[in-house]
Design a protein around this ligand. Structure first.
Ligand code: NAP
Length: 253
């Protein structure tokens, strides 16, 4: 396999214990990067990866996580802002109260803004580095029960392209990905338990509601491949872009 040029790179991956984040951590480790993963709960991580536990939806949690990551790595080359979560509002957008909006904005927008505000200046000072924001296709095609989440991710997209313009002259690249449906076995298992359906039925329902042209749900490994490429020196002329990572879903809507 051709090296992506990440040997020895110092990388932080938020939400690095499950799903796309965990796959991204594994892929970075394969490339020889030194990795700090951040999540709220302790969980197994690959050998050599340093796990920092912190809640990134709070300003204090972000500050503590950033300090611990910098302390461990002694600097930074790659930042993958992946942690995020949809807190749906089943009764619809007009029933969404301030708390519904606050939770979605804190978890999906301010978490990233705050962490970047501490870490990106280190990239700017050294004149190099790459940031990847994991957003969502929902930003461009909101689901009726998840409009606060979609709006938070849409704001993240605007922030991403603006940040790319601001830090580009300092040699720092900022890109994003817009996942469609990527396997999240734990959330499908929860939905199955809540509804008395099987996990397979949950997957089939998802694909019926969101007909992916490639005809299947993506894997975390497929997502990680794109995320890590964007973060790597192989993508040295990419910045300010948001890549749909969705088997063709956005293109078909
Ligand atoms: N899967 C999809 O179909 C899909 C589609 C579109 C967009 N996305 C976006 O892709 C990203 C990853 O999704 P995923 O499905 O791979 O996630 P996931 O499997 O649910 O894992 C989320 C990860 O983030 C951590 N996390 C969640 N909230 C956190 C917080 N407040 N502070 C620190 N860590 C936190 C979790 O660990 P703890 O629980 O221990 O904190 C876990 O490591 C998210 O931003 C999501 O919005 C996913």
């Amino acid at each position: 396999m051709v090296s992506l040029g990440l040997e020895g790179a110092r990388a932080v991956v938020t939400g690095g214990t499950r799903g796309m984040g965990a796959a991204t951590v594994r892929r970075l480790v394969d490339e020889g990067a030194r990795v700090v993963a951040i999540a709220r709960n302790a969980a197994p991580v690959p050998a050599g990866v340093h796990l920092v536990t912190a809640d990134l939806s709070t300003a204090d949690g972000v500050e503590a996580a950033a300090a611990a990551a910098l302390d461990h790595l002694g600097g930074l080359d790659v930042l993958i802002d992946n942690a995020g979560q949809n807190s749906p509002v089943p009764a619809g957008v007009l029933a969404a109260d301030d708390e519904d909006w606050r939770v979605n904005l804190d978890t999906n927008l301010l978490s990233v803004v705050r962490l970047d505000r501490i870490l990106v200046p280190h990239l700017v000072a050294q004149g190099s580095g790459a940031v990847v924001h994991v957003s969502s296709g929902a930003a461009r095609s909101p689901q009726p029960n998840a409009i606060p989440y979609a709006a938070a991710k849409a704001a993240l997209n605007a922030y991403s392209t603006g940040l790319a313009t601001a830090v580009g002259p300092h040699g720092v690249r900022v890109t994003g990905v817009l996942p469609g449906i990527v396997e999240n076995t734990e959330s499908y298992a929860r939905a199955a338990a809540d509804t008395g359906r099987t996990v397979e039925q949950i997957r089939a329902d998802l694909l019926a509601r969101l007909p992916v042209p490639l005809g299947r749900i993506g894997t975390p490994e497929e997502a990680a491949e794109v995320i890590v490429f964007q973060a790597s020196p192989r993508a040295s002329y990419l910045t300010g872009i948001l890549v749909p990572l969705d088997g063709g879903l956005l293109a078909s809507r």
